[in-house]
Design a protein around this ligand. Structure first.
Ligand SMILES: [Zn+2]
Length: 248
């Protein structure tokens, strides 16, 4: 398995790691700061620096899949095109420096955290989610219309309040006993270890949002900065799409 350092510290920009092997879809390291596509959040891009100083450009990050198509504990660093000559220089046990494109990742963390604030403003269940560096969108299972200006004002208020984020964990049994904690109908929390990672915004006494989530977030809502609702679409009779963008 790959030790996923971003789960305990989303602010790590680089780490030393050992090269394990090349999978047909990407490079496997023993540990990494690269977040693999999942939970609606895009995979990281960046570079792997070789011992001789040369760098392999990484275009995307994915979870490896087993024969049945289920994700495994291995993380695949997907090389950009034309990196083959550098790949052949890698030998098992080689130490590389894995470095993410931090500017891009920080945008993903800010948007991702903003989607949790949207879950506070719109209590209906989520049935779709996509977080990219340029926009984020959440689909809510609902029939009522939503007000773009009111949602943007709500976001700005929550961002400016400077609510802290706290990473925690609950057991699978606790989650089973509280199914309402899972706000997404499309993304199931990552299980398998007996506990599920949780993200709380605000304090236990004044909780803004609390839900299982395996993604990367900023430490305080103020760090989200100037996010606005750019569009609200009626995706279907019982689905409303909220699109977030950067204020210009
Ligand atoms: Zn999250």
């Amino acid at each position: 398995m790959t030790d996923d350092l971003f789960r305990s510290d989303a602010y790590l920009r680089e780490c030393e790691a050992r090269f394990v092997r090349i999978h047909e879809d990407g490079i496997v390291l023993d540990r990494t700061v690269f977040y693999p596509l999942g939970g609606g959040q895009a995979g990281d891009s960046g570079r792997l620096a070789l011992p001789d100083g040369r760098e392999i450009a990484i275009a995307d990050t994915r979870k490896a899949k087993d024969a049945e198509g289920r994700p495994t504990d291995e993380i695949l660093h997907v090389p950009a095109p034309e990196q083959a000559p550098l790949l052949s220089a890698l030998k098992p046990g080689d130490t590389v420096t894995a470095r993410i494109d931090w500017e891009r990742r920080h945008k993903l963390m800010r948007f991702h955290t903003a989607t949790h604030l949207l879950c506070h403003l719109v209590p209906q269940p989520v049935n779709g989610c996509s977080i990219t560096p340029d926009y984020a969108r959440l689909d809510f299972h609902m029939t009522e219309p939503l007000d773009k200006e009111a949602l943007t004002a709500g976001l700005i208020r929550l961002v400016e309040a400077g609510h802290p984020l706290v990473v925690g964990a609950i057991t699978d049994a606790e989650l089973d006993a509280n199914p309402a904690l899972v706000k997404s109908m499309s993304v199931q929390p990552p299980r398998g270890t007996g506990t599920v990672r949780t993200i709380r915004i605000g304090s236990e006494a004044e909780s803004i949002d609390f839900q299982p989530c395996g993604g990367t977030h900023v430490a305080n809502t103020r760090e989200i900065g100037t996010v606005v609702v750019t569009k609200i679409e009626k995706k279907s009779a019982n689905s409303r799409r909220v699109v977030l963008g950067w204020a210009v």
